[in-house]
Design a protein around this ligand. Structure first.
Ligand SMILES: Nc1ncnc2c1ncn2[C@@H]1O[C@H](COP(=O)(O)OS(=O)(=O)O)[C@@H](OP(=O)(O)O)[C@H]1O
Ligand SMILES: Nc1ncnc2c1ncn2[C@@H]1O[C@H](COP(=O)(O)OP(=O)(O)O)[C@@H](O)[C@H]1O
Length: 199
């Protein structure tokens, strides 16, 4: 679509906001199957960062799909649009100087690549929450796998829709046999080091 719009520059930039906050802003993206642990880890990591005075914000699949993306289904096309819009929101958040934690199944490699082109590779960390389908199904936090197996839910990732695992994530967490506390600490340590946070 061709729009007659001209980008306006703002006087206050991302760099100005990072300076004010005294830390870099970043989009930290958790991908993995439903029930793998994305929301749990994003939440607990955010709590720890917040305690240390870091400016943070969380974006989570279920919540975003009840609001701005409530018009989208779980078809491949709608998942692509879901992730594109969230990447745009993430871009705004990081321009606002905030460390943003996003937890979405985001099952397609091309969609996750597109996030990088929207927010900039240097502003993006991909964390693969690698939990086996067997374990996610055992957890069945929301009863979705049971419904998918009985055919009540179509397009369920891992059952009747694909999940394309990251080939080269910045961090991979295998949670099948790891405690929530240990996984949280691993993610936290990684972020502190990567963002050079002095906390
Ligand atoms: N068919 C199907 N497949 C996967 N997930 C489903 C589906 N239907 C509903 N749900 C619930 O929606 C949450 C996933 O939404 P996302 O926006 O993260 O999905 S996606 O990135 O667009 O693939 C997901 O949340 P999490 O369990 O936190 O991952 C589920 O609660
Ligand atoms: N090491 C771990 N990391 C994260 N979650 C874990 C871990 N071990 C067990 N769990 C449990 O797995 C479930 C993951 O659910 P949730 O965070 O909602 O997943 P998702 O957001 O990926 O759908 C939670 O009940 C959590 O307590």
């Amino acid at each position: 679509m061709s729009l007659n719009t001209i980008r306006q520059d703002y006087k206050i930039t991302k760099a100005d906001r990072e300076k004010l906050n005294d830390h870099r802003s970043f989009l930290i993206w958790f991908t993995g199957l439903s029930g793998s642990g994305k929301s749990t880890l994003a939440n607990l990591v955010e709590v720890e960062l917040h305690k240390k005075g870091i400016s943070t914000f969380s974006l989570d699949g279920d919540n975003i799909r009840q609001g701005i993306n409530k018009d989208l289904s779980f078809s491949p096309e709608d998942r692509t649009e879901n992730i594109r819009r969230i990447a745009e929101i993430g871009h705004l958040m990081i321009n606002a100087g905030v460390i943003t934690l996003a937890a979405f199944v985001s099952p397609y490699i091309k969609d996750r690549e597109n996030i990088k082109s929207i927010v900039g590779t240097d502003n993006f960390i991909e964390i693969y929450v690698n939990t086996s389908l067997e374990e996610c199904e055992k957890r069945d936090v929301k009863g979705l796998y049971k419904k998918a197996r009985s055919g009540e839910i179509k397009n369920m990732t891992g059952i009747s829709a694909p999940y394309e695992a990251p080939k080269n994530p910045d961090l991979e967490i295998i949670t099948d046999n790891q405690s929530v506390e240990d996984s949280t600490q691993t993610v936290l340590n990684f972020i502190i080091q990567k963002l050079k946070l002095e906390i």
